[in-house]
Design a protein around this ligand. Sequence first.
Ligand code: MN
Length: 436
Amino acid sequence: MINETHNPALRSWVASANAPGCDFPLQNLPFASFRRQGSQEAFRVGVAIGDQVLDLGAPGVAAALKCEPRVAAALAQPGLNALMALGHAVWSALRLALSRALREASPAQAALQAALLPQSQVEYSLPARIGDYTDFYTSIYHATNVGKQFRPDNPLLPNYKWVPIGYHGRSSSIVVSGQSFHRPKGQLMAPGAAAPVLGTSQRLDIELELGIFVGQGNTLGESIPMSEAEDHVFGLCLLNDWSARDIQAWEYQPLGPFLAKNFASTVSPWVVTLEALAPYRTAPFRPAEDPQPLPYLDTPQNRESGALDIQLEVLIQTAQMKKDGLSPHRLVQTSYRHAYWTLAQLVTHHTVNGCNLQPGDLLGSGTLSGPTLDQAGALMELSAGGKNPIALPNGETRTYLQDGDTVALRGHCSREGTARIGFGECAGTLLPAKST
Ligand code: MN
């Protein structure tokens, strides 16, 4: 629902929020968990405005926003779980209060000014305590491209157009943007070999995804119908589901991904609320000749506007590029609107059997490859399984990642007659394998 908080003409008394191209104008207002860089302070909840963070736990802030006591208590927590648990009406009221308080000429400016910190001086934790993590497979282009490599004779399995495919991942290895991780070891089965060996992954890949944070959950045994599914979504972040393709190829049958995926997954610190994304809704993509979703996954509203046009990009900066002072190079540009399954369908399908979601649970969209190969969200697609090296502007090439590579995901939404809002950055650096 579009409301006064989406008005593109709104301007903030935080001047940097009014700059063209800024990810965090007044119409965005994403949430994160942060503290002063290098400090031992407790993490606390903040909202981004321009190049600043408004500390929502700072003295006087909840009062200036006229929050009721249970909301003020949630804003005083180190992460977003308590706020997520309060539900859609509370999030919406808080967004309106923040929008009004941060507008030009707001009487709240005096009370809030002291609670601002430059984003350049803070560090982040995970936005929420992630209890459970489920990764989906919502791009039919990715599923087909990957399927061709793992099963040339049978790329897209027959259930794909009926079931939003997913697997249960691990939340313990999800980290926030800016962290490094070591190249993983695992069982590798070389083509034609008689037995696998334990070795270092040579096919370390990225997966360009969005993370969907669950807000209010559901009781075990009860399902969430499509008509209510989006009320259970707090917001979206960027997600890089780093993947070891050689480990994956050997282990994934018959139960799906395991150690190829759970050595590291990186999320962006800022969670953009579903309400902030309202102006960028669009009809989901589903060819007329494909089976229509079963009735429990289908509503007129979903057909009309269940998808989101979120522009996504992947940037790489190799160790050599860093040494030479070269800027990151954009590998890919695509959009979330190409997804085959919508986020409402993911929530409803996940709970159709009575599985309970909880505040802070994370759903991965799956790799968001677009219709053409240059919009693919994984290196195994871009390099055709390592056969076609990708040329970088400085003369280097890549099939899979090399040690020292930094990969950053970015996302933004813009549409005629709306403000441009962004997701910030989701970056991670691959370190060499540990020697022991
Ligand atoms: Mn994935």
